[in-house]
Design a protein around this ligand. Sequence first.
Ligand SMILES: Cc1ncc(COP(=O)(O)O)c(C=O)c1O
Length: 493
Amino acid sequence: MPRSSDRAGAPALAWETLLPLGDDAAPLRDRLERSIRDAVHHGLLPAGSSLPPSRVLAETLGVSRWVVTETYGQLVAEGFLEAVVGSGTRVPLHPARIPDAAAAALAPVSLRGDYRRPRFDLGPGIPDLRHVPRARWADAMRRAFDALPDGELMVIDPLGHPLARSAVADYLSRSRRAVAAPDDVVITHGATDGMTAVVAGLRAAGHRSLLVEDPSWGRLREVAASAGLTPVPVPVDESGVDVDRLVQAADRTGARAALITPAHQFPLGAALSPARREAIVRWARAVDGVLIEDDYDAEFRYDRRPIAALQGLAPEHVVLVGSLSKSMAQAFGLGWAVMPAELRRRIRLADRPRPSVLDQVALARFITSGDLERHLRAARGRFRRRRAALLAAFDRELPGLAVTGIAAGMHAMLELPTGVAARDVRHAASALEVAVSDLARYRATATTDADALVVGYGNLSDALVDEAVARLAAAIREAEVTGARRRDRAVEA
Ligand SMILES: Cc1ncc(COP(=O)(O)O)c(C=O)c1O
């Protein structure tokens, strides 16, 4: 298949393509013809792209216009190029004369495998990619760009554009009860980027370890470790991170900083209990410590209003980290971190790669216009209904298996029958086009606890919920058989 450089099918302008003529003795016309053929074969002039008008190319190359019109004419006569009324000369969409080998080089640039989502997407933490508000974002981007004074195309504040910092501060104060003035906000590329800055600041302030929930998202543990902070795992139960054990681990290791997910523990799905919220803040104050609050999907609560951010209880000890990755999509590459001034001063923010000013002003516009909150309201309704449909399907297809986690976010935990290995379920599910994750993947330490699945529903089409669960149930039955066979073989051996 030819590669079209524009997915919508509009001809792409390839006027800037360099067409070297070489310096051999061949006539100019032949050299230009060879150069165009080479450029097409190597995909520099993709299928469907428009070549420069003959006058423009003649000027660029410093040759007579006749050389160009003759060359174009020859290639059009062969069917290698086509002349389209109104669009000039272009590479055909379906090249007839390109030899197979060259046509293969024009094959679509395929996306890396992990970007292609499976048909039955039960991967956790993936938002509804079909409902990303593309048009509203594009509108915010255009309006914000139109309104951006020329001078600000040069001003790049390492902490973020003032409009974005102010819009995010207002949004978080409103929706998360955060205590945040614009100056407290740093605009980031997302939670991982925010975390990278924060752990660098902690390291600079003398921290050597970081208390982390076990289980938790491994990526942020890795970020801490690569900054030189040793992760210290702390167990989690149905009331969130075990604060007594956290204090013990802190006393043992001297750790004075912790990374937590109080609104919705990832992946177990608990909310930190009110008593533990108070206890952890008390601890942070007592040791002059820092709590990093990963507020990754807190906007999505279905049985009550979202719990306020912990940051609002102790802004001088809590860093609130958030992003658009769950509420919109990771592709936006935008997030924020609300930090105490003391920590902000420690971070060499000027050295950080900064999000584009255009993206930042678009974010500001998207928030101040109310579009973010409109989108969140609609997404919340969709996720609430989908979660209910998923739990009903679990009930029908997998009666007796416990589903845990509060009614929030975009995932639920599904217990597995005794003797069924999550790994076997994942493999069997994958053969049925179902992607699902398991708890072991998020553990910081090995455990003998029962296996469980982390089942996401953010990116699962409503129409496929029942079928996805039926396939998952089939995969669990198959894994049961696999497990039984394995045990039989072990007994025989
Ligand atoms: C627990 C948790 N926090 C935060 C994030 C968001 O990270 P980022 O904003 O870097 O995409 C994720 C994404 O998968 C996550 O699982």
